[in-house]
Design a protein around this ligand. Sequence first.
Ligand code: NAP
Length: 308
Amino acid sequence: MSVLFDRIALIGIGLIGSSLAHDIRRLGLTKEIVVATRSADTLKRAEELGLGDRYTTSSADAVRDADLIIVSVPVGASESVAKEIAGSLKPGAIVTDVGSTKASVIAQMQPHMPDTVHFIPGHPLAGTEKSGPDAGFPGLFEGRWCIFTPVAGTAETALKRLRGFWEALGSKVDEMDAEHHDKVLAIVSHLPHIIAYNIVGTADDLETVTESEVIKYSASGFRDFTRLAASDPTMWRDVCLHNRDAILEMLARFSEDLAYLQRAIRWGEGDKIFELFTRTRAIRRSIVQAGQDVDAPDFGRPHALDKK
Ligand code: NAP
């Protein structure tokens, strides 16, 4: 593949930043990758893993002469990063991010961006429950969506260049406004994580009552929630605080629907329960048909007899 940007600065080198580094290198999308992260320990690890060509704890240094800057830090840190890099950005550079919330990131970053650069907020819908530079891997973005939430007046040429970058990683790119993004993500990602954190927390509180049986019998359903509930606490705290309105709206809807189900169970209304469970099963089928998951039973986990 050809070089798309002469120099790319990765600000933040956790799961997302390091996955980007792997792919940028593998696909030869730049001549130089500059890695910046705030702590010396993470920087050292990134260097040991060979994720970049140059390493620094100064975001301002990293962005000097960079043509593409990708900010991959918890959304609550967006403003401090924007302030730090603002004075060192090269005219014509594209600054993007990968944050899971968009209106808040725009509010934090846009005011600091000089008119000479193109600021294009983005969010790849790809990830795992792991964090840090060791968690990244090549191909994370393959076949996954990346959503841009451009601000008014964004140059079409810059959008096209950034789109080309994500498409080179194998992603499909969509555009929408930031408020819409935050609503959609509240239901498809934020609410499921909050429910998972909550149910695992409840089970943990009950652990004394059930005498460790929660862990022992976890494969009967509970285990599937623990993957989401093992996600990075800093990242998810920030998501909750920075998409508050949309999340509260979805939680209100969720509580209402839960009360409906609770009532149906209490009154033995089997038809209502069956109708809901049939509808939800069809949603799983459409996710598989859309290529967003595999059709393997139990999410493709190996089982004892598979090995024989
Ligand atoms: P991560 O693995 O925890 O890495 C976070 C990176 O940000 C590290 O380099 C860390 O630096 C740096 N950082 C943390 N706090 C900071 C602060 N206050 N100021 C400056 N830098 C800070 O995180 P990630 O999973 O890659 O997530 C990064 C972004 O991607 C988040 O905005 C998240 O919402 C978004 N995202 C995540 C996923 C996912 O599944 N994980 C998916 C899509 C989008 P040090 O280690 O040096 O402190």
